[in-house]
Design a protein around this ligand. Structure first.
Ligand code: PLP
Length: 235
């Protein structure tokens, strides 16, 4: 094994241990929390090292980078997640490559995804992105925009809503992040009380390198972790 591969395998094992600990602390099993390894900082070699260490889910925030990696790594047995903003003109090329779209941030995008998915003869799993911090620079629907969107989502035959996604405040540290995660869970719990048939809200995609343990304690079912996997690598 190369130095790079063994360092990545160690980092991955450490992250997985923290996930398992936090899952147990919240009364769940480790395998009830899914790790999406965010690969936006690294190249093919690092992704291959992660795959060799049995990591199977990869996330990219920019669609162009996802296209490139998915093509160059077509021989790797893995699933791709689009975790950042997806422009409507990039939907058609992105959908065939991904297993889950984390970042539906408008009704127009939702409808564009439905149309493209119909063309592929597929039902595409999506999460609705909530701008829980209210920061202007962030994408995502306002919390109060989610409920009115659910009946529309339920009516689209090629969309499968599985839950919500959010990013914590950029500043504010772990304490603010914990509050943000709790708010996303509370929003989900509220929405679930009156959720149209055909829409599921079981998945919560929240938590990154600095706070994924807190996110899991607040109910995350998917964590998106990047930098913690690449610690100690030459840049
Ligand atoms: C980059 C990114 C992450 C991972 O962030 P780290 O702090 O490096 O773990 C997670 N989610 C999204 C949407 C991102 O863009």
């Amino acid at each position: 094994m190369t130095d790079l591969a063994s360092r990545i395998a160690e980092n991955l094992a450490r992250v997985q241990t923290r996930i398992a600990d936090a899952a147990r602390a919240s009364g769940r099993q480790a395998d009830q929390v899914q790790l999406v390894a965010v690969t936006k900082y690294v190249g093919d070699e690092e992704v291959r090292a992660l795959a060799a260490a049995e990591c199977r889910d990869f996330g990219e925030s920019r669609p162009q980078q996802l296209w490139q990696k998915a093509e160059q790594l077509a021989d790797v047995d893995c699933r791709w997640h689009q975790i950042g903003h997806l422009q409507r003109n990039k939907v058609a090329r992105t959908l065939p490559l991904i297993d889950l779209l984390h970042s539906v941030d408008s009704e127009r995008l939702l409808r564009a995804v439905d149309e493209a998915a119909a063309g592929l003869g597929r039902r595409v799993p999506v999460l609705l992105e909530v701008n829980i911090s209210g920061e202007a620079a962030k994408h995502g629907l306002a919390p109060e925009e989610i409920a009115p969107l659910l009946p529309a989502a339920a009516s689209l035959a090629h969309i499968e809503v599985r839950g919500l996604m959010a990013m914590a405040h950029l500043a504010g540290g772990r304490e603010q992040a914990r509050i943000d995660f709790a708010q996303l869970r509370e929003l989900r719990d509220c929405l679930q009380a009156d959720c149209p048939e055909g829409v599921a809200l079981g998945e919560l995609s929240m938590g990154m390198s600095d706070d994924f343990d807190l996110a899991i304690r607040e109910g995350a079912t998917i964590v998106r972790v990047g930098s913690a996997l690449y610690e100690g690598l030459p840049r």
